[in-house]
Design a protein around this ligand. Structure first.
Ligand code: B12
Length: 297
């Protein structure tokens, strides 16, 4: 499923109604759509989420009503559903699940925190317990990486297209580790909040990262650590990043299990979730004024 543009059939499936109903709503202007040269209706995901919010529409798709997970069985089912799609390498199923849950009103950050990350943790536990091979774990993590890329439109607030006017956000995994999925999730969410995201991700030398912050005049820096390979390397990276952030006036946020063990510079804010990142990012960055319309031509 291509995520940003949906067919009538896909929209009908996601909303749990018949195709004829969708066509009627589209023709009445209730859901925005456009037509292909062949005359087929196509729907942008953001128009669909706007429709769901405005109409307070109760989506009745094929998935069980999920979240908050952990506590209840429905949440657990959502995590298991995600885990098994990842293990099948089924990116389309992962994106479809995120889209269906997003249309029920969950924020993408919440889905990353409460569905995708727990599913990956379960996969990691099964790998550590030798019930999954390295190859199976690689298939799953690659499917999740692909799904994050395709889920970009799901991160965007409904309505207006996002204007990249908040300045540059730099997102990386700290200290030589290879785990970069949290950083990819953070990049996706920040892009949707109007940041121009530079994401060198994993294994960026500390000095190179600091230089990038200075050169790009970053307004936000997010550093992640899923499992610290080397605490000293993380701390060095944090130290240099904090010095660069001081110069550019950037907000420095860090998160992930590894960061909880590192000694942090005073300016670094340790956040516990991607939902917190979204909230924190709203106060960061500079809004550039809209360009004036040139009516004199
Ligand atoms: C996928 C995976 C890999 C992939 C990574 C692919 C990739 N491109 O990232 C590969 C195969 C490369 C890999 C390699 C290794 N892995 Co690995 N891996 C995992 C696995 C299954 C998932 C990791 C993941 O992406 N989790 C999902 C992310 C989103 O979770 P998260 O980082 O916690 O992030 C959430 C929050 O913490 C928070 N957050 C995180 N960062 C930030 C930052 C900010 C700013 C904010 C606001 C929030 C925030 O938000 C996120 C969403 O809620 C985990 C299992 C697990 N428990 O996580 C093992 C795991 C992390 N790996 C492990 C190990 C041992 C390894 C290897 C050492 C294996 C080896 N012998 O080679 C290497 C490490 C190499 C290295 N130097 O880094 C162990 C680590 C044990 C430990 N605690 O030290 C784990 C826990 C598996 C296990 N159960 O034993 N791994």
């Amino acid at each position: 499923m291509k995520t940003d543009v949906l067919s009538t059939r896909q929209v009908a499936q996601l909303l749990g109604v018949g195709e004829a109903t969708i066509k009627r709503w589209a023709d009445a202007g209730e859901i925005d759509c456009f037509r292909t040269p062949g005359g087929h209706r196509k729907f942008r995901l953001r128009d669909l989420t706007a429709f769901v919010q405005v109409r307070d529409y109760d989506v009745a798709g094929p998935l069980p009503a999920p979240l908050p997970p952990g506590a209840d069985e429905a949440g657990e089912a959502a995590v298991e559903h995600f885990e098994s799609a990842a293990l099948r390498g089924d990116t389309a199923a992962l994106v479809a699940q995120l889209a269906a849950m997003r249309l029920r009103g969950y924020e993408l950050a919440e889905l990353f925190d409460e569905v995708a990350a727990p599913a990956l943790r379960r996969i990691g536990d099964r790998w550590a317990g030798s019930t999954l091979s390295v190859a199976e774990e690689h298939v799953a993590s690659q499917a999740v990486i692909d799904a994050i890329a395709r889920a970009q439109p799901l991160a965007e607030p409904p309505g207006e297209p996002v204007r990249p006017d908040r300045g540059v956000a730099v997102v990386a995994a700290a200290g030589g580790e290879q785990h970069d999925i949290a950083a990819r999730m953070a990049a996706c969410l920040l892009r949707a909040r109007g940041f121009e995201v530079l994401a060198p991700l994993a294994q960026t030398p500390a000095r190179d990262l600091a230089e990038l912050l200075l050169r790009s005049r970053a307004s936000l820096v997010a550093l992640c650590s899923t499992a610290p390979a080397d605490l000293r390397a993380i701390e060095e990276q944090l130290h240099l990043a904090a010095a660069a952030a001081r110069q550019t006036g950037a907000v420095l946020v860090v998160g992930g299990p590894g960061m909880e063990r590192a000694s942090l510079p005073a300016e670094a804010r340790l956040l516990g979730s991607l939902r917190e990142l979204v909230a924190e990012s709203d106060g960061a960055g500079r809004r550039r004024p809209r360009p004036e319309h040139n009516n004199g031509r």
